[in-house]
Design a protein around this ligand. Structure first.
Ligand SMILES: *[C@@H]1O[C@H](CO)[C@@H](O)[C@H](O)[C@H]1NC(C)=O
Ligand SMILES: *[C@@H]1O[C@H](CO)[C@@H](O)[C@H](O)[C@H]1NC(C)=O
Ligand SMILES: *[C@@H]1O[C@H](CO)[C@@H](O)[C@H](O)[C@H]1NC(C)=O
Ligand SMILES: *[C@@H]1O[C@H](CO)[C@@H](O)[C@H](O)[C@H]1NC(C)=O
Ligand SMILES: *[C@@H]1O[C@H](CO)[C@@H](O)[C@H](O)[C@H]1NC(C)=O
Ligand SMILES: *[C@@H]1O[C@H](CO)[C@@H](O)[C@H](O)[C@H]1NC(C)=O
Length: 405
């Protein structure tokens, strides 16, 4: 006979196990989602899931504690919401607000590329329950687009640059942009940045804000005539509303739909990307030294990592590469962890160690850009949808082309 006391113990123990299993949220694989770092939470939103459906899933990876991927499941937490954003892919998010606690969400493709009603949402992560609030913007002020970039400067201005979309209602072409929409989140005012005549229209590029100089470094992407030059990077000076060109040394392969993060010592780590043939670039891990404008090339070959539609988040010398499309996976459900070394040295690790701290600058909240291409099946779906609803307001023009180099 089992001692009743033990029985209770067994039951309690069993319940704990069941509870733990039930509570651990395991997100589906996805591509073209966004990631936003606030404090020690990396918030993930939306994207196209591994069954080719658009999502508005919202959850975070808790990096307030160490974890070991080999032993435990990733510490994801599903966020309970009061209100959500439309299901989408290819949107852009950035952090803003006085204490950098809010997320600014812009656009993406919601299955209609000319819909300007459900365009912008904000969420204050300190409020409960968390609620995405729709921000009204006057018609024709900002056009819906996908694969653009969003960053916030030191004065809480949000810069939306580039991207591709359907233009205004009635336009029948797929349009790429070279415009910058600036949102002053303190005064609630929209303006446009100046346009340099040589500024090619692009999508699938990255934007990295340099807090020390208030410049935004734009890297790569694809334009109407192929990949964008990576050797002469376009840099936007937010203080003087002026474009500059950085001539860089030892530049890597041109690429599109890669990610970029800024390290504490002013290096921009570019990860992944698709080449002109839409295949993975050869060198996944390349680093631009902002001070010398010299590129370093990774010291290891990366295999089995996503190259597009992933996100990259940097925290305490770790880089988290989340989800995305790889050569063997259409929509990964994994988070790869890279421990960042000097130059372009790095090591892929299966753990995150919270105490590995290095001086950490506040606000390394580099806007996360979502860069991507849709999978073939989805294009079919969209074209089908478009054909079915040509007459309807808010639909999209034919997507001829996703970055045809
Ligand atoms: C998508 O992910 C879910 C959960 O991770 C899994 O059960 C399902 O088999 C996946 N589907 C495809 C098409 O990979
Ligand atoms: C992570 O867990 C695996 C399996 O238990 C173990 O071999 C490895 O040493 C652990 N890594 C760290 C950094 O603790
Ligand atoms: C995650 O949270 C959302 C919003 O609160 C909810 O609708 C959804 O069912 C949750 N998903 C899981 C798997 O718990
Ligand atoms: C940039 O966009 C403007 C406005 O659409 C356009 O007039 C100009 O030709 C574009 N520049 C390039 C190099 O495409
Ligand atoms: C690359 O650099 C990392 C970090 O410095 C180091 O741990 C690793 O051994 C290096 N790999 C190679 C192949 O040199
Ligand atoms: C990192 O890379 C540089 C240049 O590629 C090399 O000189 C240095 O020894 C490497 N450091 C480590 C720790 O691997």
């Amino acid at each position: 006979m089992i001692n009743p006391k033990n029985l209770i113990l067994y039951i309690t123990f069993f319940q704990i196990i069941v509870n733990i299993n039930c509570q651990q949220y395991v997100p589906k694989g996805r591509v073209f989602h966004t990631s936003t770092l606030i404090g020690t939470r990396i918030y993930y939103l939306g994207g196209q899931n591994n069954e080719s459906l658009l999502t508005n899933d919202f959850f975070y990876l808790d990096i307030s504690k160490s974890f070991n991927k080999t032993k435990d499941s990733l510490p994801f937490v599903n966020v309970t919401l009061g209100g959500s954003v439309p299901r989408h892919y290819g949107a852009a998010t950035t952090v803003f607000g006085k204490s950098k606690n809010s997320i600014f969400f812009f656009s993406g493709d919601i299955g209609a590329l000319q819909n300007t009603i459900q365009l912008i949402y904000t969420l204050d992560t300190t409020q409960s329950p968390l609620t995405w609030k729709n921000m009204a913007v006057s018609e024709n002020e900002v056009e819906r687009r996908r694969f653009l970039s969003a960053v916030t400067d030191n004065n809480n201005n949000v810069y939306l640059f580039g991207g591709g979309g359907g233009g205004k209602f009635g336009d029948t072409q797929y349009i790429r942009y070279n415009t910058t929409n600036i949102f002053d989140s303190t005064k609630n005012i929209w303006t446009h940045g100046t346009i340099d005549n040589t500024l090619l229209k692009r999508e699938g590029h990255t934007a990295t804000f340099l807090p020390d100089t208030s410049e935004i470094v734009y890297i790569g992407g694809c334009g109407n005539n192929g990949l964008i030059d990576i050797t002469n990077a376009h840099v936007y000076d937010t203080i003087n509303d002026k474009w500059n060109k950085w001539e860089t040394k030892n530049s890597p392969e041109q690429r599109c739909q890669h990610t970029a993060v800024l390290t504490n010592d002013d290096r921009i780590i570019v990860f992944g990307g698709a080449n002109a043939l839409k295949s993975p670039v050869e060198n996944y891990y390349v680093v631009l030294n902002v001070k010398t404008r010299e590129w370093y090339h990774g010291n290891e070959t990366i295999i089995e990592a996503p190259y597009r539609g992933h996100t990259a988040t940097f925290y305490n010398n770790y880089m988290f590469i989340a989800f995305g499309q790889g050569t063997t996976q259409q929509a990964s459900n994994d988070v790869l962890i890279y421990k960042i070394g000097d130059y372009a040295n790095f090591t892929e690790v299966d753990y995150y160690n919270r105490v590995d701290t290095t001086p950490f600058k506040d606000n390394i909240l580099i806007g996360t850009t979502i860069l991507s291409i849709i999978v073939v099946g989805f294009i079919g779906f969209i074209i089908h949808k478009y054909n079915k609803s040509k007459q309807m307001k808010g639909m999209k023009p034919p997507i001829d082309t996703i970055c045809t180099p």
